[in-house]
Design a protein around this ligand. Structure first.
Ligand code: DX5
Ligand code: ZN
Length: 217
């Protein structure tokens, strides 16, 4: 089965945001992946609400918003208003993860939780039944264009097992360093959603890169 493809707008050309959003609209991609960084939880700052509003204006596919910010509860309502269909918070950034997940759902969005590369899958045992998506970071969050961490394959298989044991329909998303070199093994390990930034936007033929990823089974 082919996976969902979510091009990461972080790697787009912000001087040509409308053009790059239209490329995704016309492509075989499924979602827009939108990275929000606060310079505290991660060492980088990406972009804020006005840019997400511009993406919302142009995007014709669901917005998958990845919050790399501390205390994300402050902005759940804001991102719902900005059109997020999936809202993902970090396990490491939430003191009360169960409450944050319920709050995201109460605003009608799918709730995701992201794990940094060092955070073990078994930390999800008591929350897996409540989440719609788990985002496994396959790089340390904060920057696009980094190399894929190979341990992600094992984590993906462990997470798939945990999801099965709990009879959950939670999706597994992989974020960071995804290319057509690792996509097949990720899918066979259990990945449902592949986020790809540089691999798509820094190529000469983004449409072709998306098509190739989409057709890997
Ligand atoms: C990293 C972000 C990723 C990033 C992926 O902190 O969460 O979504 O945009 O970019 P690539 O695909 O270039 O690693
Ligand atoms: Zn991301």
């Amino acid at each position: 089965m082919s996976s969902l493809i979510a091009p990461s707008i972080l790697a787009a050309d912000f001087g040509n945001l409308e053009r790059d959003c239209n490329m995704v609209n016309c492509s075989e991609a499924d979602w827009f992946h939108i990275d929000i960084m606060d310079g505290l939880f991660v060492p980088n700052i990406s972009f804020g609400m006005p840019v997400v509003a511009a993406i919302q204006k142009y995007a014709q596919k669901p917005l998958d918003v990845h919050l790399m910010i501390i205390d994300p509860d402050r902005y759940i309502e804001t991102f719902q208003k900005l059109g997020a269909e999936v809202l993902t918070v970090h396990y490491e950034a939430c003191n009360h993860l169960h409450s944050s997940i319920q709050k995201i759902k109460s605003y009608g969005m799918k709730a995701g939780v992201a794990l940094n590369p060092h955070t073990p899958i078994n930390h999800l045992r008591d929350i897996i039944q409540d989440v719609d998506l788990v985002c496994l970071m396959s790089v340390n969050p904060g920057f696009g264009g980094q190399s894929f961490i190979e341990n992600t394959f094992i984590k993906t298989m462990e997470l798939k097992q945990l999801i099965k044991e709990n009879h959950s329909d939670c999706l597994i998303e992989i974020d960071g360093g995804v290319t057509n070199q690792n996509a097949a093994q990720l899918i066979s390990s259990g990945a449902d959603v592949l986020v790809a930034g540089s691999h798509v936007f820094k190529s000469d033929d983004p449409l072709e890169k998306i098509k190739t990823l989409k057709n890997i089974t």
